[in-house]
Write a protein that binds this ligand. Structure first.
Ligand code: NAD
Length: 492
Protein backbone atom coordinates (compact mmCIF):
# COMPACT_ATOMS: atom_id res chain seq x y z
CA UNK A 1 0.00 0.00 0.00
CA UNK A 2 1.42 3.35 -1.05
CA UNK A 3 1.45 5.81 1.84
CA UNK A 4 3.94 8.53 1.02
CA UNK A 5 4.81 10.64 -2.03
CA UNK A 6 8.02 12.62 -2.54
CA UNK A 7 7.61 13.61 -6.15
CA UNK A 8 9.46 16.92 -6.40
CA UNK A 9 13.12 17.87 -6.56
CA UNK A 10 14.44 20.71 -4.39
CA UNK A 11 16.30 23.18 -6.61
CA UNK A 12 16.91 26.89 -6.12
CA UNK A 13 14.60 26.99 -3.11
CA UNK A 14 11.65 25.54 -5.05
CA UNK A 15 9.95 22.16 -5.19
CA UNK A 16 9.84 21.31 -8.86
CA UNK A 17 8.99 18.45 -11.20
CA UNK A 18 11.97 16.71 -12.79
CA UNK A 19 12.72 18.04 -16.28
CA UNK A 20 13.90 14.72 -17.64
CA UNK A 21 13.63 12.29 -14.77
CA UNK A 22 10.87 10.00 -13.60
CA UNK A 23 8.85 8.98 -10.55
CA UNK A 24 10.04 5.67 -9.07
CA UNK A 25 8.87 3.35 -6.32
CA UNK A 26 11.06 3.12 -3.26
CA UNK A 27 11.05 -0.28 -1.58
CA UNK A 28 10.63 -1.19 2.09
CA UNK A 29 13.39 -3.80 2.50
CA UNK A 30 11.59 -5.58 5.32
CA UNK A 31 8.66 -6.47 3.03
CA UNK A 32 10.12 -6.12 -0.46
CA UNK A 33 7.11 -3.89 -1.26
CA UNK A 34 7.03 -0.24 -2.38
CA UNK A 35 6.27 2.20 0.44
CA UNK A 36 6.71 5.56 -1.30
CA UNK A 37 7.11 7.26 -4.66
CA UNK A 38 10.16 9.45 -5.22
CA UNK A 39 11.18 11.88 -7.97
CA UNK A 40 14.41 11.12 -9.81
CA UNK A 41 16.05 13.86 -11.82
CA UNK A 42 18.25 13.63 -14.90
CA UNK A 43 21.20 15.53 -16.35
CA UNK A 44 19.10 18.62 -17.16
CA UNK A 45 17.95 18.78 -13.54
CA UNK A 46 21.57 18.63 -12.39
CA UNK A 47 22.40 21.53 -14.72
CA UNK A 48 19.57 23.54 -13.19
CA UNK A 49 20.66 22.68 -9.64
CA UNK A 50 24.29 23.59 -10.35
CA UNK A 51 23.21 26.93 -11.85
CA UNK A 52 21.15 27.62 -8.71
CA UNK A 53 24.07 26.65 -6.47
CA UNK A 54 26.43 28.90 -8.45
CA UNK A 55 24.01 31.84 -8.28
CA UNK A 56 23.65 31.40 -4.51
CA UNK A 57 27.42 31.07 -4.10
CA UNK A 58 28.10 34.32 -5.90
CA UNK A 59 24.95 36.01 -4.58
CA UNK A 60 23.20 35.81 -1.21
CA UNK A 61 25.41 33.21 0.44
CA UNK A 62 28.62 35.16 -0.10
CA UNK A 63 26.93 38.40 0.99
CA UNK A 64 26.22 37.08 4.49
CA UNK A 65 28.67 37.84 7.22
CA UNK A 66 30.47 34.88 8.75
CA UNK A 67 28.40 35.44 11.92
CA UNK A 68 25.14 35.27 9.97
CA UNK A 69 26.25 32.07 8.21
CA UNK A 70 27.14 30.54 11.59
CA UNK A 71 23.77 31.60 13.02
CA UNK A 72 21.96 30.04 10.07
CA UNK A 73 23.75 26.74 10.53
CA UNK A 74 22.84 26.79 14.22
CA UNK A 75 19.21 27.42 13.27
CA UNK A 76 19.41 24.50 10.83
CA UNK A 77 20.69 22.31 13.69
CA UNK A 78 17.84 23.37 15.97
CA UNK A 79 15.16 22.80 13.33
CA UNK A 80 16.73 19.49 12.26
CA UNK A 81 16.24 18.38 15.82
CA UNK A 82 12.48 19.03 15.63
CA UNK A 83 12.26 16.68 12.62
CA UNK A 84 14.25 13.77 14.00
CA UNK A 85 11.42 11.44 15.01
CA UNK A 86 9.97 11.57 11.49
CA UNK A 87 13.45 11.21 9.97
CA UNK A 88 14.13 8.13 12.12
CA UNK A 89 10.96 6.43 10.89
CA UNK A 90 11.61 7.27 7.25
CA UNK A 91 15.27 6.29 7.27
CA UNK A 92 14.43 2.96 8.89
CA UNK A 93 11.71 2.36 6.29
CA UNK A 94 14.02 3.31 3.45
CA UNK A 95 17.12 1.30 4.33
CA UNK A 96 15.82 -1.21 6.89
CA UNK A 97 18.14 -0.20 9.70
CA UNK A 98 16.27 -0.74 12.98
CA UNK A 99 15.01 2.31 14.87
CA UNK A 100 17.05 0.98 17.77
CA UNK A 101 20.13 2.04 15.74
CA UNK A 102 18.81 4.93 13.62
CA UNK A 103 17.21 6.55 16.71
CA UNK A 104 20.34 7.31 18.76
CA UNK A 105 22.24 8.01 15.53
CA UNK A 106 19.84 10.56 14.02
CA UNK A 107 19.12 12.22 17.36
CA UNK A 108 22.82 13.22 17.39
CA UNK A 109 23.01 14.70 13.89
CA UNK A 110 22.30 18.24 15.05
CA UNK A 111 25.78 18.12 16.62
CA UNK A 112 27.43 18.15 13.18
CA UNK A 113 25.60 21.30 12.09
CA UNK A 114 26.23 22.92 15.44
CA UNK A 115 29.91 21.94 15.54
CA UNK A 116 30.67 23.32 12.07
CA UNK A 117 28.60 26.45 12.77
CA UNK A 118 31.30 27.12 15.35
CA UNK A 119 33.94 27.17 12.60
CA UNK A 120 32.04 29.42 10.19
CA UNK A 121 33.26 32.66 11.80
CA UNK A 122 36.75 31.37 12.60
CA UNK A 123 38.08 30.60 9.13
CA UNK A 124 41.10 32.83 9.30
CA UNK A 125 44.49 32.91 7.61
CA UNK A 126 48.10 33.52 8.62
CA UNK A 127 50.59 36.29 8.14
CA UNK A 128 53.91 34.87 7.01
CA UNK A 129 57.14 36.67 7.88
CA UNK A 130 59.44 36.91 4.84
CA UNK A 131 61.56 39.90 3.75
CA UNK A 132 61.38 43.48 5.05
CA UNK A 133 59.01 45.46 2.84
CA UNK A 134 56.85 42.44 2.03
CA UNK A 135 53.47 41.64 3.54
CA UNK A 136 52.38 38.04 3.04
CA UNK A 137 49.12 36.62 4.25
CA UNK A 138 46.88 33.67 3.49
CA UNK A 139 43.14 33.32 3.15
CA UNK A 140 41.01 30.22 3.13
CA UNK A 141 38.22 30.53 0.60
CA UNK A 142 35.20 28.34 -0.08
CA UNK A 143 36.07 25.78 -2.74
CA UNK A 144 32.80 26.64 -4.52
CA UNK A 145 29.90 24.50 -5.68
CA UNK A 146 30.04 21.05 -4.10
CA UNK A 147 28.48 17.87 -5.45
CA UNK A 148 27.77 15.43 -2.59
CA UNK A 149 27.27 11.83 -3.72
CA UNK A 150 25.97 9.50 -1.03
CA UNK A 151 25.48 5.80 -0.25
CA UNK A 152 22.40 4.14 1.23
CA UNK A 153 23.66 2.75 4.51
CA UNK A 154 23.63 5.92 6.64
CA UNK A 155 22.21 8.59 4.32
CA UNK A 156 21.48 11.37 6.80
CA UNK A 157 24.63 10.96 8.87
CA UNK A 158 26.89 10.99 5.85
CA UNK A 159 25.05 13.98 4.38
CA UNK A 160 25.71 15.85 7.64
CA UNK A 161 29.41 14.96 7.38
CA UNK A 162 29.53 16.76 4.02
CA UNK A 163 26.90 19.46 4.18
CA UNK A 164 27.74 20.91 7.60
CA UNK A 165 31.43 21.68 6.84
CA UNK A 166 30.66 22.66 3.22
CA UNK A 167 28.13 25.29 4.31
CA UNK A 168 30.32 26.48 7.17
CA UNK A 169 33.14 27.00 4.66
CA UNK A 170 30.82 29.16 2.55
CA UNK A 171 30.22 26.60 -0.21
CA UNK A 172 26.87 25.74 -1.77
CA UNK A 173 25.84 22.16 -2.43
CA UNK A 174 23.97 19.79 -4.73
CA UNK A 175 23.09 16.56 -2.92
CA UNK A 176 22.64 13.30 -4.80
CA UNK A 177 21.36 10.62 -2.45
CA UNK A 178 21.69 6.91 -3.26
CA UNK A 179 18.98 5.48 -5.51
CA UNK A 180 17.22 3.55 -2.74
CA UNK A 181 17.36 6.17 0.03
CA UNK A 182 16.19 9.52 -1.29
CA UNK A 183 13.27 10.22 1.04
CA UNK A 184 15.16 11.63 4.01
CA UNK A 185 17.52 13.64 1.82
CA UNK A 186 14.53 15.46 0.32
CA UNK A 187 13.35 16.26 3.82
CA UNK A 188 16.52 18.33 4.29
CA UNK A 189 15.02 20.78 1.80
CA UNK A 190 12.07 21.35 4.15
CA UNK A 191 14.46 21.93 7.04
CA UNK A 192 16.51 24.36 4.93
CA UNK A 193 13.34 26.33 4.14
CA UNK A 194 12.31 26.50 7.79
CA UNK A 195 15.83 27.60 8.75
CA UNK A 196 15.75 30.41 6.18
CA UNK A 197 18.76 29.11 4.23
CA UNK A 198 18.84 31.22 1.04
CA UNK A 199 17.49 29.53 -2.12
CA UNK A 200 20.13 27.60 -4.06
CA UNK A 201 22.49 27.04 -1.13
CA UNK A 202 21.14 23.48 -0.73
CA UNK A 203 19.78 21.58 -3.74
CA UNK A 204 18.62 17.96 -3.75
CA UNK A 205 18.47 15.85 -6.89
CA UNK A 206 17.83 12.13 -6.38
CA UNK A 207 18.52 9.86 -9.33
CA UNK A 208 20.80 7.24 -10.83
CA UNK A 209 24.56 7.27 -10.42
CA UNK A 210 25.03 6.86 -14.15
CA UNK A 211 22.96 9.97 -14.96
CA UNK A 212 22.64 12.40 -12.04
CA UNK A 213 25.89 11.32 -10.36
CA UNK A 214 27.89 11.26 -13.58
CA UNK A 215 26.60 14.70 -14.68
CA UNK A 216 27.59 16.22 -11.34
CA UNK A 217 31.07 14.75 -11.70
CA UNK A 218 31.65 16.03 -15.24
CA UNK A 219 29.89 19.39 -14.81
CA UNK A 220 32.36 22.24 -15.44
CA UNK A 221 30.69 24.46 -12.85
CA UNK A 222 30.98 21.96 -9.98
CA UNK A 223 34.21 22.67 -8.12
CA UNK A 224 34.39 19.67 -5.84
CA UNK A 225 32.93 16.19 -5.45
CA UNK A 226 32.63 14.74 -1.97
CA UNK A 227 31.78 11.06 -2.29
CA UNK A 228 30.97 8.18 0.02
CA UNK A 229 30.52 4.74 -1.44
CA UNK A 230 32.32 1.82 -2.98
CA UNK A 231 35.99 2.24 -3.91
CA UNK A 232 35.41 1.13 -7.49
CA UNK A 233 32.83 3.89 -7.92
CA UNK A 234 35.37 6.34 -6.42
CA UNK A 235 37.90 5.21 -9.03
CA UNK A 236 35.39 5.80 -11.85
CA UNK A 237 34.57 9.23 -10.44
CA UNK A 238 38.25 10.19 -10.16
CA UNK A 239 38.78 9.25 -13.79
CA UNK A 240 35.73 11.22 -14.90
CA UNK A 241 36.66 14.23 -12.73
CA UNK A 242 40.10 14.39 -14.33
CA UNK A 243 38.64 16.29 -17.27
CA UNK A 244 37.92 19.33 -15.09
CA UNK A 245 40.59 18.60 -12.45
CA UNK A 246 37.82 18.76 -9.89
CA UNK A 247 38.66 18.63 -6.22
CA UNK A 248 37.73 15.20 -4.95
CA UNK A 249 37.53 13.52 -1.59
CA UNK A 250 36.06 10.13 -0.82
CA UNK A 251 35.21 7.79 2.01
CA UNK A 252 35.13 4.24 0.67
CA UNK A 253 34.78 0.81 2.16
CA UNK A 254 36.88 -1.22 4.52
CA UNK A 255 37.73 -4.69 5.77
CA UNK A 256 38.58 -3.68 9.29
CA UNK A 257 40.57 -5.92 11.59
CA UNK A 258 39.31 -6.29 15.13
CA UNK A 259 42.10 -7.86 17.17
CA UNK A 260 41.52 -9.74 20.41
CA UNK A 261 44.69 -10.44 22.38
CA UNK A 262 44.60 -13.11 25.06
CA UNK A 263 45.04 -10.50 27.79
CA UNK A 264 41.87 -8.63 26.75
CA UNK A 265 38.93 -8.02 29.06
CA UNK A 266 37.12 -10.78 27.22
CA UNK A 267 33.53 -10.06 28.17
CA UNK A 268 33.70 -6.46 26.96
CA UNK A 269 35.74 -7.50 23.93
CA UNK A 270 33.06 -10.02 22.96
CA UNK A 271 30.33 -7.39 23.32
CA UNK A 272 32.28 -5.18 20.95
CA UNK A 273 33.24 -7.99 18.57
CA UNK A 274 29.64 -9.05 17.91
CA UNK A 275 28.38 -5.48 17.69
CA UNK A 276 31.23 -4.47 15.38
CA UNK A 277 30.48 -7.38 13.06
CA UNK A 278 26.69 -7.12 12.84
CA UNK A 279 25.67 -3.48 13.37
CA UNK A 280 23.57 -2.05 10.57
CA UNK A 281 23.16 -5.60 9.22
CA UNK A 282 26.84 -5.46 8.37
CA UNK A 283 26.31 -2.44 6.11
CA UNK A 284 28.84 -0.20 7.76
CA UNK A 285 32.14 0.90 6.28
CA UNK A 286 33.65 0.60 9.79
CA UNK A 287 32.50 -2.98 10.23
CA UNK A 288 34.85 -5.18 12.27
CA UNK A 289 34.42 -7.89 9.66
CA UNK A 290 37.75 -9.65 10.34
CA UNK A 291 38.02 -10.85 13.91
CA UNK A 292 41.67 -11.72 14.65
CA UNK A 293 41.96 -13.84 17.80
CA UNK A 294 45.05 -14.96 19.68
CA UNK A 295 45.31 -18.75 19.54
CA UNK A 296 45.02 -19.41 23.30
CA UNK A 297 41.51 -17.88 23.45
CA UNK A 298 40.50 -18.76 19.89
CA UNK A 299 38.25 -21.77 20.58
CA UNK A 300 36.36 -19.99 23.34
CA UNK A 301 35.88 -16.82 21.25
CA UNK A 302 34.60 -18.78 18.23
CA UNK A 303 32.05 -20.61 20.39
CA UNK A 304 30.92 -17.46 22.13
CA UNK A 305 30.64 -15.28 18.99
CA UNK A 306 28.63 -18.06 17.31
CA UNK A 307 26.37 -18.40 20.37
CA UNK A 308 25.76 -14.66 20.70
CA UNK A 309 25.13 -14.24 16.95
CA UNK A 310 22.39 -16.84 17.00
CA UNK A 311 20.58 -14.85 19.69
CA UNK A 312 20.43 -11.52 17.84
CA UNK A 313 16.74 -10.72 17.25
CA UNK A 314 15.72 -10.00 13.67
CA UNK A 315 12.43 -8.25 12.97
CA UNK A 316 10.69 -5.18 11.64
CA UNK A 317 13.03 -2.18 11.55
CA UNK A 318 10.26 -0.07 13.08
CA UNK A 319 10.03 -2.30 16.17
CA UNK A 320 12.24 -1.02 19.01
CA UNK A 321 12.86 -4.63 20.08
CA UNK A 322 14.48 -5.49 16.74
CA UNK A 323 18.25 -5.88 16.96
CA UNK A 324 19.03 -6.60 13.32
CA UNK A 325 17.02 -5.52 10.29
CA UNK A 326 17.02 -6.68 6.68
CA UNK A 327 19.61 -5.82 4.09
CA UNK A 328 18.85 -2.42 2.58
CA UNK A 329 18.13 -3.83 -0.86
CA UNK A 330 17.76 -7.08 -2.79
CA UNK A 331 21.11 -6.66 -4.56
CA UNK A 332 22.98 -6.47 -1.25
CA UNK A 333 21.21 -9.60 0.03
CA UNK A 334 22.28 -11.49 -3.11
CA UNK A 335 25.83 -10.22 -2.68
CA UNK A 336 26.05 -11.43 0.93
CA UNK A 337 24.53 -14.83 0.10
CA UNK A 338 27.07 -15.11 -2.71
CA UNK A 339 29.91 -14.54 -0.24
CA UNK A 340 28.48 -17.21 2.08
CA UNK A 341 28.88 -19.67 -0.81
CA UNK A 342 32.36 -18.34 -1.53
CA UNK A 343 33.38 -18.83 2.13
CA UNK A 344 32.08 -22.40 2.16
CA UNK A 345 33.82 -23.08 -1.15
CA UNK A 346 37.11 -21.71 0.22
CA UNK A 347 36.94 -24.19 3.11
CA UNK A 348 36.12 -21.81 5.97
CA UNK A 349 34.06 -23.39 8.78
CA UNK A 350 30.52 -21.96 8.99
CA UNK A 351 29.63 -21.84 12.69
CA UNK A 352 26.54 -19.60 12.62
CA UNK A 353 23.95 -18.25 10.18
CA UNK A 354 24.56 -18.32 6.45
CA UNK A 355 20.86 -18.46 5.56
CA UNK A 356 17.92 -16.15 4.95
CA UNK A 357 15.40 -15.35 7.69
CA UNK A 358 11.69 -14.49 7.60
CA UNK A 359 10.99 -12.92 11.01
CA UNK A 360 7.34 -12.23 11.84
CA UNK A 361 6.34 -13.79 8.51
CA UNK A 362 8.23 -11.17 6.43
CA UNK A 363 9.17 -13.79 3.87
CA UNK A 364 9.87 -11.29 1.08
CA UNK A 365 12.12 -9.13 3.28
CA UNK A 366 15.85 -9.09 2.66
CA UNK A 367 16.80 -10.68 5.98
CA UNK A 368 19.86 -12.82 6.57
CA UNK A 369 21.02 -14.49 9.78
CA UNK A 370 24.21 -13.11 11.38
CA UNK A 371 26.89 -15.32 9.89
CA UNK A 372 30.18 -16.47 11.39
CA UNK A 373 33.01 -18.27 9.62
CA UNK A 374 35.85 -19.72 11.71
CA UNK A 375 39.29 -21.02 10.61
CA UNK A 376 39.47 -18.32 7.96
CA UNK A 377 42.78 -17.95 6.15
CA UNK A 378 43.79 -14.29 5.68
CA UNK A 379 44.19 -14.88 1.94
CA UNK A 380 40.59 -16.07 1.45
CA UNK A 381 38.21 -13.78 -0.41
CA UNK A 382 35.95 -13.57 2.65
CA UNK A 383 38.96 -12.12 4.52
CA UNK A 384 40.04 -9.77 1.74
CA UNK A 385 36.91 -8.36 0.10
CA UNK A 386 34.31 -6.06 1.58
CA UNK A 387 31.03 -7.98 1.80
CA UNK A 388 28.96 -5.20 3.40
CA UNK A 389 26.82 -7.81 5.10
CA UNK A 390 26.64 -9.44 8.55
CA UNK A 391 29.46 -11.90 7.95
CA UNK A 392 32.24 -12.22 10.52
CA UNK A 393 35.45 -13.96 9.45
CA UNK A 394 37.43 -15.24 12.46
CA UNK A 395 41.17 -15.67 11.93
CA UNK A 396 43.56 -17.14 14.54
CA UNK A 397 47.04 -15.69 15.15
CA UNK A 398 50.04 -16.56 17.34
CA UNK A 399 52.10 -13.37 17.75
CA UNK A 400 51.64 -9.62 17.88
CA UNK A 401 53.70 -9.26 14.67
CA UNK A 402 51.50 -11.76 12.88
CA UNK A 403 48.33 -9.95 14.03
CA UNK A 404 49.66 -6.64 12.66
CA UNK A 405 50.70 -8.26 9.38
CA UNK A 406 47.23 -9.79 8.93
CA UNK A 407 45.52 -6.53 9.92
CA UNK A 408 47.53 -4.63 7.30
CA UNK A 409 47.18 -7.32 4.66
CA UNK A 410 44.29 -5.92 2.59
CA UNK A 411 43.90 -3.11 0.07
CA UNK A 412 41.86 -1.15 2.64
CA UNK A 413 42.76 0.92 5.70
CA UNK A 414 39.70 2.59 7.14
CA UNK A 415 39.42 1.47 10.76
CA UNK A 416 40.73 -1.15 13.19
CA UNK A 417 40.08 -2.17 16.78
CA UNK A 418 42.25 -3.90 19.34
CA UNK A 419 41.66 -5.30 22.79
CA UNK A 420 44.49 -5.70 25.27
CA UNK A 421 45.23 -4.69 28.85
CA UNK A 422 48.93 -4.28 28.09
CA UNK A 423 49.47 -0.55 27.60
CA UNK A 424 52.74 -0.98 25.74
CA UNK A 425 51.15 -3.40 23.29
CA UNK A 426 48.16 -1.07 22.84
CA UNK A 427 50.45 1.75 21.68
CA UNK A 428 52.73 -0.51 19.60
CA UNK A 429 49.89 -2.09 17.68
CA UNK A 430 47.92 1.16 17.25
CA UNK A 431 51.11 2.65 15.82
CA UNK A 432 51.75 -0.21 13.43
CA UNK A 433 48.28 -0.43 11.92
CA UNK A 434 47.72 1.39 8.65
CA UNK A 435 44.21 2.75 9.11
CA UNK A 436 42.64 6.17 9.55
CA UNK A 437 41.04 5.19 12.88
CA UNK A 438 42.25 2.75 15.55
CA UNK A 439 40.05 2.00 18.53
CA UNK A 440 41.64 0.57 21.67
CA UNK A 441 39.35 -1.31 24.06
CA UNK A 442 36.42 0.22 22.21
CA UNK A 443 34.85 0.15 18.76
CA UNK A 444 33.00 2.54 16.43
CA UNK A 445 33.32 5.56 18.70
CA UNK A 446 32.64 8.33 16.15
CA UNK A 447 32.32 11.98 17.03
CA UNK A 448 31.97 15.17 15.05
CA UNK A 449 35.34 16.48 16.31
CA UNK A 450 37.36 13.35 15.38
CA UNK A 451 38.74 13.11 11.82
CA UNK A 452 37.58 10.03 9.93
CA UNK A 453 38.74 8.54 6.65
CA UNK A 454 40.91 5.93 5.12
CA UNK A 455 44.35 4.80 4.03
CA UNK A 456 44.77 2.93 0.76
CA UNK A 457 41.61 2.04 -1.17
CA UNK A 458 39.48 3.23 1.78
CA UNK A 459 39.57 6.84 0.72
CA UNK A 460 41.15 10.21 0.13
CA UNK A 461 40.95 13.04 2.66
CA UNK A 462 39.16 13.15 5.98
CA UNK A 463 35.69 14.05 7.18
CA UNK A 464 34.80 15.46 10.61
CA UNK A 465 36.97 17.62 12.83
CA UNK A 466 38.88 20.63 11.47
CA UNK A 467 40.24 18.35 8.72
CA UNK A 468 36.67 17.93 7.46
CA UNK A 469 36.38 21.71 7.07
CA UNK A 470 39.69 21.95 5.17
CA UNK A 471 38.22 19.64 2.54
CA UNK A 472 35.93 22.51 1.49
CA UNK A 473 38.47 25.33 1.58
CA UNK A 474 40.94 26.54 -1.02
CA UNK A 475 43.96 28.42 0.39
CA UNK A 476 45.21 31.60 -1.26
CA UNK A 477 48.44 33.48 -0.56
CA UNK A 478 48.44 37.27 -1.01
CA UNK A 479 51.95 38.68 -1.42
CA UNK A 480 52.26 42.43 -1.20
CA UNK A 481 55.28 44.58 -1.92
CA UNK A 482 55.20 47.54 0.49
CA UNK A 483 58.56 49.01 -0.55
CA UNK A 484 57.28 50.86 -3.60
CA UNK A 485 60.21 49.56 -5.64
CA UNK A 486 60.58 46.80 -8.23
CA UNK A 487 64.13 46.97 -9.68
CA UNK A 488 64.51 46.48 -13.41
CA UNK A 489 66.32 43.13 -13.80
CA UNK A 490 67.42 44.08 -17.33
CA UNK A 491 68.92 47.48 -16.41
CA UNK A 492 72.58 46.47 -16.69
P1 NAD B 1 28.12 2.92 -4.54
O1 NAD B 1 29.52 3.27 -4.78
O2 NAD B 1 27.50 1.89 -5.38
O3 NAD B 1 27.18 4.21 -4.68
C1 NAD B 1 27.43 5.37 -3.97
C2 NAD B 1 26.82 6.54 -4.71
O4 NAD B 1 27.52 6.74 -5.93
C3 NAD B 1 25.35 6.38 -5.08
O5 NAD B 1 24.68 7.59 -4.84
C4 NAD B 1 25.41 6.07 -6.56
O6 NAD B 1 24.25 6.43 -7.25
C5 NAD B 1 26.58 6.93 -6.99
N1 NAD B 1 27.20 6.54 -8.25
C6 NAD B 1 27.29 5.30 -8.79
N2 NAD B 1 27.95 5.35 -9.97
C7 NAD B 1 28.30 6.65 -10.16
C8 NAD B 1 29.00 7.34 -11.19
N3 NAD B 1 29.48 6.71 -12.26
N4 NAD B 1 29.18 8.67 -11.07
C9 NAD B 1 28.73 9.33 -9.99
N5 NAD B 1 28.03 8.74 -9.00
C10 NAD B 1 27.83 7.40 -9.07
O7 NAD B 1 28.05 2.56 -2.98
P2 NAD B 1 26.78 2.06 -2.17
O8 NAD B 1 26.51 0.69 -2.62
O9 NAD B 1 25.68 3.05 -2.21
O10 NAD B 1 27.34 2.10 -0.67
C11 NAD B 1 28.05 1.08 -0.13
C12 NAD B 1 29.54 1.40 -0.10
O11 NAD B 1 29.79 2.63 0.57
C13 NAD B 1 30.35 0.38 0.66
O12 NAD B 1 31.49 0.03 -0.06
C14 NAD B 1 30.74 1.08 1.94
O13 NAD B 1 31.85 0.60 2.58
C15 NAD B 1 30.86 2.48 1.50
N6 NAD B 1 30.70 3.40 2.62
C16 NAD B 1 31.80 4.02 3.09
C17 NAD B 1 31.70 4.90 4.16
C18 NAD B 1 32.89 5.62 4.69
O14 NAD B 1 32.72 6.56 5.42
N7 NAD B 1 34.10 5.25 4.38
C19 NAD B 1 30.49 5.13 4.74
C20 NAD B 1 29.39 4.47 4.24
C21 NAD B 1 29.52 3.62 3.15
Amino acid sequence: MMTERFEKLYIGGEWIDPIEGEIVDTIDPSTGQPWAKVAYGGAADVDKAVAAARAALEGPWSKLSAFERAAMLRRFATIYDTHVEQLIQWESRDNGRPVRETGPDIRNHWQWYNYYAGFADKIDGRTIPTDPGMLVYTQRLPVGVVGAILPWNAPLLLTAWKMAPALAAGCTIVIKPAETTSVTALQLGKIAEEAGIPPGVINIVPGYGATVGARLVEHPDVDKISFTGEHRTAQRIMAAAAGTLKRFSCENGGKSAHILFADADLDNALNAATHAAFMATGQSCALGSRLLVERSIYKKVVEEVARRSAQIRAGSPLDIGTQIGPHANAQQLEKTLGYVDIGKGEGARLVAGGHRLAPDGMKDGYFIAPTVFADVDPAMRIAQEEIFGPVCSIIPFDTEEEAVAIANGTIYGLTAGLWTQNVGRAHRVANAIRAGTVWVNSYRYLRTAIPYGGFGRSGLGRENGPEGLDAFLEPRAVIMNLSGAYPNPYAS
